[in-house]
Design a protein around this ligand. Structure first.
Ligand code: ZN
Length: 492
């Protein structure tokens, strides 16, 4: 390896390590930090972020990038170089005062959003959302200069660095009508049975830890703690997840843990040689979500795995109020009316996402004024879900994302589901005994396939290429539509 590239890699290694430290501080903030430390933590985070930002825009980094002779690089080194250069150029394009303005407004808009939501009063949030959208447009324009990116593409690429909004819109256009029809048919059928029984916290915790192991989470390089919202964080040899417990709803903890284990094992299974390089992370949020969703849904909510889990839950909790494996499978996959994205089932979830995707694209393009978002939300909800939003907290105020300036983020959830559909079709071709193994509570063959074809590559390949290579075909919405239709038609 040429000396110049080695020097660039060494520089990046320190930046990556600082990023990990910031993540660890974030984890601490959500789990064990004393309440009184919040002010100190803000200052610690701000100074760490300023240090990382300075490193990412420094003339030293510019000189290192200039010094590398591109023809000396192998393809993996070239990908590293390109990702570092892309981040350097993008960060430099955003004026410092705009970054500061965005950070300031999102702190204020988050507070306004929380107040608006608790009082069910959209008018408290709209002026702040308007400022967030304006500043986001300025940021998009800055990133898009000297490129042919649309403003929304510029924002979207923060999360899906190699994706194209037009491709996503085409996949969503295929998905949406299929889901609207299917949800309406399933909701007309008899409701799924419900769990009943005693689900003490300590037993839930023990089962959760067991299931995390079943899904390959390496607890010698990770840990499970309790937090308000489940999440996964970290990389390399320290990838942590959180969960939460509700005495009446054991599926909440179980399935959110399996979801986070999907994210965490992706990070744990990245080739060790990429640790502390820019390749030592998931290649996009969409691919990340494909791993969490395939663990949670295609594997853990499958008919076969539910058969095994039914037995384990009865061993652990005794009577759970459900008499047959098939009823348990229906309970795990219950489809119900509801307003809230984070509580939505596998069938309806993507309708929530596509609604947000279309509205935020229209806000950024200027086709939809911020004052008209609530009406547009309510119209779209009524048309896709068949009933009216009853209050703003159940409508456009339900999610935190826009208040934090996360525009362009929502579609990555559904991209993940679509990628999961493509990967699942291929796994079923390549692993013939899959159903039999899942019925024994054995996920090894499926996980090995995912590690080999997706996870170990880290960010060394662009997301669409990675999925295309793994599946042997370009990703489309069709395999997911087929999977979801086949699964939920059984309940009609
Ligand atoms: Zn996720």
């Amino acid at each position: 390896m040429a000396e110049e590239f080695k020097a660039l890699e060494a520089y990046q290694r320190q930046t990556e390590a600082l990023g990990r430290i910031a993540q660890r501080l974030g984890w601490d903030h959500e789990t064990v930090m004393p309440k009184g430390a919040a002010g100190d933590r803000s200052e610690e985070m701000a100074s760490l972020e300023a240090t990382v930002h300075a490193r990412n825009t420094s003339s030293e980094l510019g000189d290192l990038l200039d010094s590398v002779c591109l023809t000396d690089l192998d393809p993996v080194e070239r990908r590293q170089y390109d990702l570092i250069l892309r981040s350097f150029e993008k960060t430099k394009k955003i004026p410092a005062d705009l970054s500061i303005a965005l950070a300031r407004i999102t702190a204020r808009s988050h507070a306004a959003w929380a107040q608006a939501k608790s009082q069910n009063d959209t008018s408290i949030f709209l002026p702040l959302l308007s400022e967030v959208v304006n500043l986001s447009k300025q940021k998009a324009a800055a990133i898009a200069q000297d490129t042919d990116l649309s403003a929304y593409d510029a924002l979207f690429r923060e999360y899906e660095p190699d994706g194209q909004v037009a491709d996503v819109a085409a996949m969503f256009a295929e998905l949406r009508p299929a889901l609207v029809d299917l949800r309406s048919a399933v909701l007309q059928a008899a409701p799924a049975p419900q769990l009943s029984g005693q689900f003490p916290r300590e037993l839930q915790l023990a089962l959760t830890q067991e299931i995390a192991g079943v899904f390959g989470y390496d607890l010698s390089r990770g840990r499970i703690d309790v937090a308000l919202h489940p999440f996964s964080t970290g990389g390399g040899n320290d990838v942590r997840i959180t969960t939460r417990f509700d005495d009446a709803r054991p599926f909440d903890s179980l399935y959110s843990t399996i979801h986070e284990v999907g994210h965490a094992t992706y990070e744990q299974n990245i080739d060790a040689a990429y640790n502390f390089t820019i390749l030592g992370q998931g290649t996009s949020l969409g691919v990340h979500e494909s791993q969490s969703r395939i663990y949670e849904n295609q594997l853990a909510r499958s008919r076969e795995f539910c058969g095994w889990l039914y037995g384990r839950m009865r061993d652990v909790f005794g009577d759970i109020g459900i008499d047959t494996e098939f009823d348990f499978y229906r309970a795990v996959n219950a489809v119900t009316r509801g307003f809230i994205r984070t509580e939505a089932d596998e069938l309806q979830y993507n309708l929530h996402i596509m609604l947000r995707f279309d509205l935020e694209r229209a806000m950024i393009s200027g086709d939809l004024a911020v004052e008209d978002v609530e009406a547009a939300w309510n119209d779209r909800f009524a048309s896709d879900f068949g009933y009216a939003v009853d209050r703003p907290a159940h409508g456009m105020l339900q999610d935190i994302h826009w208040s934090e300036g996360l525009l362009g983020y929502f579609p990555t959830y559904s991209i993940g589901n679509i990628y999961a559909g493509n990967l699942w079709a291929k796994i079923n071709q390549d692993v013939p005994n899959l159903g039999h193994e899942l019925a024994q509570g054995n996920t090894t063959a499926a996980r090995n396939w995912l590690r080999e074809n997706v996870q170990r590559h880290g960010a060394s390949m662009p997301a669409p290429d990675l999925i295309a290579q793994a599946c042997g075909t370009q990703p489309t919405a069709a395999p997911f539509v087929e999977y979801i239709t086949q699964k939920f038609s059984a309940f009609v």
